[in-house]
Every structure is written in C-alpha cells, then in structure tokens.
Design a protein around this ligand. Structure first.
Ligand SMILES: Cc1cc2nc3c(=O)[nH]c(=O)nc-3n(C[C@H](O)[C@H](O)[C@H](O)COP(=O)(O)OP(=O)(O)OC[C@H]3O[C@@H](n4cnc5c(N)ncnc54)[C@H](O)[C@@H]3O)c2cc1C
Length: 1004
C-alpha cells in the first residue's frame, strides 16, 4: 500500500475515533447486567465457556426445576468457581436473591439473558419487527431484514422459512409507502441507488436436504424456494442479499446466485447481492471469477464483503476432517485480505455495488479512503453493521458516511439464542476489534495500524511452528487419518459419475479366485448384482469348492515361513504401499461400492478411506510391537518378550463395509506375519477383489493373501473347521459369529492350534435424547445414524430413546425429517437412502415392518417401488424394552422410538439388550453426560454426535456382550490377537562373570 494512502486511512480512523470518544457499545456497558457479565466472561475463560453453553441451552429449560438444575450444573463448583456474583446480580438487585429460592434466581437469570438476546433482535413477531424497522429508518439507518432460524431439518421447515419471508415482506410492503427515501433520492431509492426494502437470506435453510455432495440438487432445491421470495422483493422494488454461510455451502451459494441473477425473469433487475468472506484464502479467486462473469454476462450485482462469521468452526471442522485449513489463521491476514478485496471491488464499482460490512474502524477507513482515491461515486457503496452491536461505530458511520444499513434479525428467541451465542463470541473474542477498542482500551495507533505491519510484528513475536511432523518409530511419520470426503471439491463431484459409468461399462466381467498368486477360474459362478437394478450383473464370481479351499490353505501354509521371517518393517512397507495405491484409486474403489452394495458416495469414499487408515495404522503398530521388549532389569539374566504370528488366518468379511473391514482384518493378519485365506461376502465380491489388485501391485508375495469366494456357510464352515487354520477373523451377524466360535472350539484330527476367533457381531444401538438436547443436531444425528446406508451398519441407530419432556417436539420434527429424505439409487447423490443389499434383506425388513405395526404405532412408513431391493423406511413409536423391536437386530431402515420417563430410565433401557456395540446421548446436562460415561455400557459411546463412522486410531471400534469378542479394531490392542507372545530368558552368568548392561538394575 502506498504510504500516503496508509496515512490517510490512519488520519480518517483517528477522526472517526475522535467523533465517538467516550462512547461504548451497550454490550460492554458495565452499568447493566450484560456489560458486567461480559466483563467477567472476558476475564475468566472457564466461565465464558459455561456461560455461552448455558445461553445455548436456555430456551430448552422450560421448567423451573430444569432451569435451577442447569444453573447449578453449569456454574456451581468446577473450574468456573461458585455461581459468580455477577450472574446473580439481577436477582440480588431485585431482591430475589439472598436466601430466596434458587428458582427465583433462575427466573432472574433467564430474564436477563432473554433481554440480552432481544438486544440483537429487531422483534420476535412480524408486527414488532416491522414497527422497529420503521424506527430504525427514523434514526437515519437503512435496514436489511433477516429471519432467524438457520437449521431446517425437513422440507416442511424449509417451506416455513420461505413463508416467513413472504409474510414479513407483505407486512413491510404495507409500510414502505410511509418511508421517505434517504438522501437526494430519485426513483424511491435511498441515496439515489439502494432500494428501501432489503432482505438477507440464509440459503441452506431454504432446502433441508442441501449438501455439497448433491450440488445440482442443492442449487435447484434452494432456488425453488428462493425464487418466490425474490419475485416478491422485485415486485416491491426491494433488494435481496444472499448471506454466505459455512464453506460447505459456498460453491452452491455462488452458483445459485449466478443462476438467479441471470434468470430471464430477473435479469433486468439489478438488486441482487451476494456475500464473500475475506477470511477464506480462496475468496480472491472467487471474486475475480464473479467479476469476470458479471462483465461477460453484462449483469451488474451487489456484493457484501465481510471477514466471516464461522472462523472458529471452519478451522476446527477442517482439522477433524483432515482437510487443509481454508481460512487465514492470523487475524491481520483476514484484515489484509479485506483491504485487498475491497480495492478490487471498488475498482469495479461500475459493475459491483459494494456493501462493506465491518465494525472495524481501520477496515472502514480503508474503504472510505480507497474509494476516495479511486474516485468511486458515493452511491456505489454503503456500510453495514449488525443491529444491537457496535453502536458507537454505526453512529460514527452515519456521521461521516451517511449510508449505513443495519442487519436486523427477527424471529423467535429459540433460534435467537444461537444467534446470540455467535454475537457474544464475536464481541468477546480476543482478536475482536470491538473488544480491543471498547473493552480493553487498546491504543488507537495499534488499532489503526496497517494490518501488514501488525502481521509482521506478530510473525516476529510468534513465528510459525515448523510444519514437519516429528518422525516416530523407525522413521515413520505419526499416523493420521485419511481426509474424509470433501464434496466442495468440484473434481471429486465429477469423478464419481465418471467412475460409476466406467463400472457399468465393465459389467459382466468374470472374477477368478486368486490362489498362490495365480488366477483360477472355476465352473461354479455366482453373479453379483446392482441392488438398485438386480438385472444388472456386475460380475460373475468364480466360487471355490472344497478342493480350491484346500489349495488356498496349502498355498497359505507354504508361504507362511518366509513371510513370518520378514522383519515387521518389511511387512509394514507392503501395507504402506498398498495404502498409497488405494489412495490413488480411491474414487474407483468407492464407485464399486456404490454399485455393488448401494452405498452413498460419501460413505463409500469414507469406507475406502478407512481401509487406507487400517493399512497405515497397522503398519505402524506392527513396527511398534515388533521390537522385543526386555522384561525385568535384574543383572545376569535377560528376558525378552516378543510376538510371533500364529499361522494361517481365515478372514470372513461382511458386505456392509466391504473394503474397510475386509482390509482391516486382512492387513492386521498379514502385517503380523500370518498368511490369509480371504472369503469375501458373496454380495460384495467385486469390492473384495479390489484387495487382490491392491496387494498384488504392492508386491505382497504370492500365497500370503488368497482370494477365495465361496458359497455361504458350506465353504465358510469348511474353512473354520480346517486343521490348518489357526485364527479366524470374522465380522457379521451374531448368529454366524456364535456358530463360528462353537465350531472353532472343536479340535479336528491333525490340528496343531487352539484356534482363536476374533468376531465383530451385531448391535441394537440406542441414541438417547435428553430433555435439553439440541434438537437441530439430534435430529440430523439420528436420521444419519438410522438411515445412512439404509441402516445396514452394525453401528446404526435402531432405537431412539426420548426423555418424556422432549418427546412430542422431537418426534414431530424427526418424522418430518424422515419424510423429507430422498430415496433412490445410491448412484444419484440426491438420494439419502437407497435399496437394501439383497432380496433376503428386503424380506427381513418387510417382516419387521409388519411387526412394527403389531408392536407399536407406526409414525411413518415409506414404501418404495422399484426394480431394486427397496425396503420400507419405518419410524415406529410406542416401543418398550420387552418388544422384539427393542431387542432384535434388524439391519435395515427401521427406527424404534421409545418414550422414557426420565434420563435414568433411558439409560436402563439403552442397556437392556444382549448387545453392547455403539450408543449415544444428546444432552446439554453435564451431570447426565457424566452419568452416561459411567453407566451407558457400550463399546463405543458418542456424546452429542451421531453413533456411526468410528475413525481408526481415534475411536477404536468394537463392542462387548453379544456384540463381539476381541479387542477393538483400529486400536492399540488389535494386532496382539493375531500373534503369540513368546519370552526368551538367557542366563548371562558364566563362571561367576556377567557383563552389566546400562539398563540393568544397579547393584548397590
Ligand atoms: C451487516 C453484516 C452482515 C454480515 N453477514 C455475514 C455473512 O453473510 N456471512 C458471514 O460469514 N459473515 C457475515 N458477517 C460478518 C461477521 O458476522 C462478523 O461480524 C465479522 O467477521 C466481524 O468482522 P469485523 O471487521 O467487524 O471485526 P474484526 O474484529 O476486525 O474481525 C473479526 C473477524 O476476523 C476474523 N478472524 C478472527 N480471528 C482470526 C484469525 N485468527 N485468523 C484469521 N481471521 C480471524 C473473523 O472473521 C472474525 O469475525 C456480517 C457482518 C455484518 C456487519
């Protein structure tokens, strides 16, 4: 930046500060409850966390008891100290506190927090909102009205969101004639350029099923409801701004903005705006692209530039998912980006009507001075601020710029609380300009400093940490999970249909057995089909008979000694190579699952990702366990514990995680030095064959892995009972798992091993919905856990146990949400649910659907016709623990809803089945969450999230009771099951002489 401009910005900023000296935003005014509480929160991080969490749960605390209990749980004792005086302040002042019942204190706290929320909301009803909008205009501010209510979980809710806009617009229409335009207006426009009516809208709320994977469906789904709103706005001569939400919706939002703007119906109407966020690294690219598009199309448009409201969540979510951080990570970088982008927009002011939305005086001064330098006419840009915030800034802006618009949310307090939490976070963040200027009194010079200089200072004081990961064992980097599918990447979205088309093209191929490294075709073949269209035979799979199984076992036995004698690192290297190959081919491997078992794109991708994780994780684990461990430190004696493989392992894999589980069991066996005979599920043999190609390319010696599909239990039993097999790794149903254990226990002639069985079996998993659960999250979590991949996961939620007080609200929204799911082939990303895997599965689900009609009250049953194996989606209420539907595993899209009188009863019911695999609790009560940790006895318990999708190394997976035997897959104990520990003891004393080693115990 040139020094004159920088100086002008600083001078402008100083004048701005001078014009508002002594003023403070009301949220920091310590004369009131809010200001005092904010002050305390900024001094005490633990209290701040509890306070914001409490604000979030408050609208759900509808009874006095519940309220008092939560106040106690959140604020009494613990890290935050006792209930701070500041929180009780209103109660004391009004004489309610001091021996008076906790309930009265609760009431006062509630009313104070609701008051705080109202400060940011222009009204709870349309009437109140419109009245206040009129007042705002009287004060000289324009407005943009926004309807609160961001998370819609069903199409009914999205309809309501659209209708809410139509309602408020109709009410405003009646008023707008009374509102005189600001400035020297012509054509009823404020400042000669801007319509008086302005609305802002959250696109994702307009289509409950919006998600990046279904890009086209999301764009059109949102537009279908946005069009009537924009049509109404155009009829009123107003303007619409499409807010920008989380990154996952960005590409969808830009696309729908372009389509709406270019729509023949609206093309000639220029008052449509979009928001871009300076905190995203890729925003400059988006902006340049939008400008080029506008020029090419001859379509002027509006643009609000913000820094961005979701910094914390974007950075955290990216870390959890394994994605690169999409935002700038140092605050001055976002400030710099805002300044750079502002200039670019102002340079194109003939095309783009600029809306600068910031409460930062440096950022604002930059826009003013840059506009002046470029000679941008006043009526080509305006300033925006949030209602209820930064009052001094907006006042100052009105004085110096005149053109100020307030962003005015309106609506019920329940969604209002979520909005309040965001505003509180924004005001109290350490990096916040408002906090630094008005609460901490930072020096003006620093606040107005060029952000490039601030950044340089920060970098000098806190240089970036070196990126390289520390090397761990044997030069290997630390394990990290494979990034989860990111469908915001356009290339990934287009790669799927291409890979699926290629598979259709190859349909009908013959899959041989692979034994001792040789392909072997047999006459007995079994087709594997597409469950969405069973007439499509994807492959004819050669079946092993007993002779071939013998051959495979002989090959595995022959390969064993050499493979056993390789070093753990040599074996690990093969796994690492296999991981690289699977990573390279991830979309093709995932597409196979989409077609062969009907898995949705994202879940198929993540299944392959999990297979890669198993390869990477077990490779490192094998190296870790491969170093002999000295036991005891007594001198004159050396004891070493080490592990050896057991021999030949039979891997019997399921079809539901067709690559991940097959790969996990196989990888564990081979990396520990065993050899494998692999029997894939007949329903997923094509996916299973993927392992053959991966291991072959990775250089696994012939005979170590033998691919041996075979018909049902006959071949399975033969394998299990065979004396050459030492270990059986199985994942599947409880019936088969128990039978394997029984058969494996019997010793056959010639057998030299006590067989070990590792069996992952079924689940009857429950999610508990407490009376204070966040319903937006809970419903999305339950629907995904119950119906993702048609409920055919051992971890799937098949019971939802709802605490009485929450029952009606939860069930009404849940049923609507389930009714909104699109059902159809997994090939089409619009569909959230597809067909079950085969006709037997379909028949079983139908039987349980009939049982649901007998045992409970069916709230929803969606029958889907089609050539595919579609099974009904059922939500059934009135189920009690004694019902079969509460006890038996269905493995399909049937969800039982149970109404528990209390949280304690819910936990007791959750534990009341023979299974103990996964479970979860949605609750915002710290005590209840704690109780669940102790008493909800399942292998994998999830608090406040869905109960599926365990990650290798982070959530080692597996259950107890009838859910399985053995240690958790993807965890530190898993490999031990495939090995025998041995100990060698050497007496090192010879004729009284013994060398003393450094790690020997000292002889005193
Ligand atoms: C009228 C209006 C409408 C808005 N509409 C939207 C919208 O549609 N979508 C949206 O996302 N936001 C929107 N916002 C922006 C958002 O809500 C915040 O108000 C805004 O980001 C705060 O920026 P600031 O310049 O006022 O404050 P400052 O205090 O100068 O900046 C704070 C911002 O810096 C960024 N930041 C904080 N820490 C870091 C860090 N470590 N590294 C990098 N960057 C960091 C964050 O974006 C944070 O919000 C809107 C704001 C206004 C005023």
């Amino acid at each position: 930046m040139n020094p004159q401009l920088d100086e002008a910005i600083r001078q402008r900023g100083k004048a701005f500060f001078a014009s508002i000296r002594g003023e403070s935003p009301s949220i920091f005014n310590k004369g009131f409850w809010t200001g005092k509480v904010m002050d305390w929160a900024m001094q005490n991080e633990a209290f701040k966390v509890q306070l914001f969490r409490f604000v979030d749960v408050l609208p759900y605390l509808t009874t006095g008891d519940n309220l008092s209990r939560h106040i106690e749980e959140y604020f009494a004792g613990g890290e935050a100290g006792d209930i701070p005086a500041v929180l009780k302040w209103g109660a004391e002042k009004s004489g309610l506190f001091g021996g008076v019942a906790a309930k009265l204190m609760g009431k006062a706290i509630r009313s104070n927090i609701e008051g705080m929320a109202r400060q940011f909301i222009v009204g709870e009803t349309t009437r109140e909102a419109v009245k206040n909008l009129g007042k705002i205009r009287k004060d000289g501010f324009a407005f943009t009205v926004d309807l609160l209510g961001e998370a819609t979980v069903s199409e009914g809710e999205s309809d309501a969101y659209r209708d809410g806009y139509l309602e408020v617009l109709a009410a405003i229409e009646a008023e707008q004639a009374h509102w005189k335009p600001f400035g020297a207006g012509t054509d009823d426009l404020d400042w000669g350029s801007a319509p008086r009516v302005n609305a802002s809208i959250k696109p994702s709320a307009l289509y409950s099923q919006a998600r990046p994977m279904d890009f086209e469906g999301s764009v059109e789904g949102i537009l279908a409801r946005m069009r009537p709103v924009y049509r109404k706005i155009m009829a009123m001569g107003g303007a619409l701004c499409i807010d920008m939400e989380q990154l996952k919706y960005k590409a969808i939002t830009i696309e729908l903005f372009k389509r709406l703007r270019a729509d023949p119906e609206f093309r000639d109407y220029p008052h449509l705006s979009i928001v871009l966020q300076a905190y995203l690294r890729e925003t400059e690219h988006d902006l340049r692209e939008l400008i080029s598009w506008g020029r090419a199309e001859g379509l002027p448009f509006g643009l609000r530039l913000v820094k961005g409201a979701y910094w914390d969540s974007e950075t955290v979510v990216a870390k959890q998912m394994g994605w690169p951080t999409p935002t700038w990570t140092r605050k001055p970088e976002s400030d710099m980006a805002h300044e750079k982008l502002a200039r670019l927009i102002l340079e194109n002011s003939d095309l783009v009507y600029f809306q600068c939305a910031s409460h930062n005086i440096r950022t604002i001064a930059n826009v003013m001075e840059t506009a002046a330098e470029l000679g941008v006419p006043d009526n080509r840009f305006e300033f925006q601020a949030l209602y209820g915030m930064a009052e001094p800034v907006r006042k100052g802006l009105l004085k110096v710029a005149g053109r100020v618009r307030l962003y005015c949310p309106y609506g019920e307090l329940l969604p209002g609380m979520a909005y309040l939490v965001r505003r509180l976070l924004e005001n109290t963040a350490n990096e916040s300009f408002l906090r630094q200027s008005f609460a901490e009194g930072a020096a003006e010079d620093l606040l107005l400093e060029n952000p490039a200089a601030t950044l340089a200072r920060e970098l000098a004081a806190h240089p970036p940490r070196p990126k390289a990961e520390p090397a761990t064992l044997d030069g290997l980097t630390a394990f990290r999970d494979e990034p989860l599918a990111d469908f915001t990447i356009a290339e990934l979205r287009t790669a799927f249909p291409a890979a699926i088309a290629a598979l259709h093209h190859k349909a009908g191929q013959t899959l041989p057995l692979v034994i001792g490294g040789q392909a072997l075709e047999t006459a007995d073949r079994l087709p594997t089909v597409n469950p969405a269209d069973p007439t499509e035979i994807l492959a004819q799979v050669c079946q092993a008979g007993m002779a071939e199984v013998n051959q495979a076992l002989a090959a595995a036995e022959a390969a064993f000694a050499d493979w056993r004698d390789k070093t753990p690192r040599q074996r690990a290297d093969v796994l690492l190579k296999a991981a690289a190959i699977a990573r390279r081919d991830i979309v093709a491997l995932a597409a196979t699952q989409v077609l062969e078992v009907g898995k949705q794109w994202d879940q198929a991708y993540n299944d392959v990702g999990e297979a890669i994780d198993f390869l990477e994780y077990y490779a490192r684990e094998a190296v870790r366990l491969g170093t002999p461990r000295r036991m005891g430190r007594e001198p004159g004696e050396k004891n070493h514990l080490f592990y050896e493989p057991k021999g030949v392992c039979a891997v019997i894999a399921p079809w539901n995680f067709p690559l991940a589980i097959a790969c996990g069991m196989t990888a564990a066996a081979i990396v520990t030095g065993n050899t494998v005979v692999f029997k894939p599920s007949g329903l997923a043999a094509l996916v299973g064959y993927g392992l053959v190609t991966i291991f072959q390319e990775a250089g696994l010696p012939a005979g170590v892995f033998n691919f041996c599909p075979g018909r049902g239990s006959v071949i399975g039993d033969y394998l299990i009972e065979h004396p050459a097999v030492s270990t059986i790794a199985f994942t599947g149903s409880m019936e088969v798992g128990l039978r394997i254990q029984e058969k494996a226990a019997k010793v056959h002639p010639g057998q030299r091993y006590c067989k070990r069985v590792i069996a992952e079996m079924g689940g009857k998993n429950a999610l508990i919905i407490d009376d204070d659960a966040d319903l937006d999250e809970a419903i999305i979590g339950v629907v995904y856990s119950a119906f993702g991949f048609q409920g055919q996961k051992c971890s799937a939620c098949s019971r939802v146990i709802v605490v009485d007080a929450m029952y009606e609200r939860f069930v009404a929204r849940l049923t609507e949400a389930c009714a909104s799911l699109a059902i159809g082939p997994a090939e089409d990303p619009t569909n959230a649910m597809g067909p079950v895997v085969d006709a037997a599965g379909q028949a079983k689900v139908r039987e349980y659907a009939a049982l649901a009609r007998q045992e409970g009250d069916v709230l929803l049953e969606r029958q889907i016709e089609g050539p595919g194996f579609y099974a009904p989606l059922v939500v059934v209420a009135g189920i009690r623990p004694e019902h079969r539907l509460a006890q038996e595993e269905v493995f399909g899209p049937i969800l039982s809803v149970m109404r528990a009188a209390s949280f304690d009863e819910a936990i007791a019911w959750a534990n009341s089945t023979p299974f103990a695999l996964t479970g979860g609790v949605y609750s915002r009560s710290p005590k209840h969450l704690d109780k669940a940790r102790r008493e909800f006895r399942v292998g994998n318990l999830y608090l406040n999230r869905n109960c599926v999708g365990a990650m290798v190394g982070r959530q080692p997976f597996g259950g107890s009771k009838m859910s399985g035997v053995g240690s958790k897959s993807g965890g530190p104990d898993y490999l031990l099951q495939f090995m025998e520990p041995r100990v060698v003891t050497e007496n090192t004393i010879r004729r009284g002489f013994t060398p003393i080693d450094a790690d020997d115990e000292w002889v005193e």
